[in-house]
Design a protein around this ligand. Structure first.
Ligand SMILES: Cc1cc2nc3c(=O)[nH]c(=O)nc-3n(C[C@H](O)[C@H](O)[C@H](O)COP(=O)(O)OP(=O)(O)OC[C@H]3O[C@@H](n4cnc5c(N)ncnc54)[C@H](O)[C@@H]3O)c2cc1C
Length: 402
């Protein structure tokens, strides 16, 4: 089968590319090859079934701060296509997006179906062929064009767009064609901990800062104690920023938790010394400074070896120091990772230096274009990963960049 363009992968980037390219040139014969029996399956489950399409963050230099890998390369692209363009793109096609208080943007209809229906309708409008159950097994050059071998058929085209997400098979094919693949490791996950400290704290949340012990990597935000360990925005951010280091440590590491974001150990020692004088005859257990929830305060006291019936006046300096440590740099031993169900991405993929970002074209193999998670680009949770897929796919389809 001969086409003008073959799109590998009927996911977010593949559809966005095909539709935008077809809109610019209606004469092109485009085919999407999708290995599964349905298209856009990740979009369907994304954002808990609601699809967090993008983020209410329009300034490119602010937006890139949410991309631990790919910020530098995405910056110029975001001037051409950022969340403001995404909102407009969907609005022009009858899909309104709404903003939640934290800045995440979802279809007003509150279901990922709205996005899928929009893409499928657009693909029909532009006569884009979609082949389901069609897994690509190989790509070969054939005198100035590309041959793409699926299980039962060989497709041929001058151009290929690769939107195969985190497919190891496709990364293998790309390696064979001469590309370097940054080894994939998970990003955006919660931490498991068997530490005694977390037992009995499940459900408790507090704004903290956490530091990866032995490094300068520190993130702040809400920390949520779970039955298995810790989760919440601070943990997800650290898991994303430190994805490679944590994988190299086989997910065995220590984090230091500061429950008093704006105070350090020394500030806390002074504060508690004053409190000791002011509240001398009160039980420490009942004082609860810094608005610390009771369950957490008692855990911190236990960690500091302070008995529950101790009064401030009977608390030796050594234990005040221990309590200050517990409040500002509590070490939690992490023994593994668990997946964040809302959004889960892989970091790693096609080496960014091997892509001509103005066109999203491979520098290694002419007329091969990339978009989405196949590239070594990923972001924090909250709509940024889809935005990267839309922006890279849009740029690849933008013929003025040729
Ligand atoms: C549970 C979950 C929830 C998420 N929620 C959000 C969210 O709300 N907001 C957000 O921004 N991000 C979210 N993400 C991340 C987001 O889904 C991805 O970043 C995005 O889908 C990447 O788009 P893509 O087109 O690169 O890959 P995909 O959407 O994964 O598409 C790749 C497609 O390629 C196909 N394919 C793979 N190999 C082959 C092959 N050999 N031949 C043919 N086809 C092939 C796959 O079947 C798939 O359909 C979520 C991820 C998960 C797992």
């Amino acid at each position: 089968m001969v086409y003008d363009v073959i799109v590998i992968g009927g996911g977010a980037a593949g559809y966005f590319y095909a539709i935008n390219l077809a809109a610019k040139n209606r004469n092109l014969k485009i085919v999407i090859l999708e290995k599964q029996k349905t298209v856009l399956s990740k979009v369907r489950v994304s954002g808990g079934g609601r699809c967090n399409v993008t983020r209410h963050c329009f300034a490119p230099n602010e937006l890139v701060k949410f991309y631990p890998r790919g910020a530098k390369e995405l910056l110029p692209l975001f001037y051409g296509f950022n969340p403001a363009h995404t909102i407009e793109w969907f609005r022009e096609r009858g899909v309104e997006l709404k903003t939640e208080p934290d800045g995440r943007m979802f279809p007003a209809a509150n279901t990922s179906r709205a996005i899928i229906d929009c893409f499928v309708k657009e693909a029909v409008k532009y006569n884009i062929d979609v082949m389901l159950n069609t897994e690509v097994n190989d790509i070969e050059e054939a005198s100035g064009s590309w041959k793409v071998a699926a299980e039962t058929k060989v497709y041929q085209a001058e151009k290929i767009f690769i939107g195969s997400g985190n497919s190891t098979k496709v990364w293998g094919i790309l390696e064979k064609l001469g590309h370097s693949i940054v080894p994939p490791v998970p990003s955006l996950f919660s931490f498991m901990s068997g530490d005694n400290f977390v037992i009995g704290l499940a459900g408790l949340a507090r704004d903290v800062s956490i530091n990866l012990a032995g490094s300068k990597l520190t993130e702040s935000g809400a920390l949520l104690f779970t039955h298995q360990g810790v989760s919440g925005p601070a943990v997800l951010k650290l898991s994303s920023k430190a994805a490679r280091q944590l994988a190299a440590m086989n997910y065995q590491f220590t984090i230091n938790v500061n429950f008093l974001i704006n105070m350090n150990f020394d500030d806390t020692v002074s504060y508690l010394k004053n409190l000791k004088n002011a509240e001398a005859v009160r039980l420490i257990r009942l004082t609860k400074p810094f608005d610390i929830p009771q369950r957490l305060w008692e855990k911190l006291m236990l960690w500091s070896e302070i008995n529950m019936d101790t009064k401030w006046k009977d608390c030796p300096q050594k234990k005040i120091n221990l309590l200050s440590s517990a409040l500002t740099k509590l070490p939690l031993h992490i023994t593994g990772k668990s997946t964040n169900k809302e959004e889960f991405v892989t970091c790693g993929g096609v080496e960014r230096k091997e892509i001509e970002w103005k066109r999203m074209e491979s520098k290694i193999a002419k007329n091969i274009f990339f978009g989405g998670e196949v590239i070594d680009v990923d972001a924090l949770t909250g709509g940024f990963n889809f935005q990267a897929a839309w922006t890279t796919a849009f740029t690849a389809a933008d013929t003025k960049n040729r």
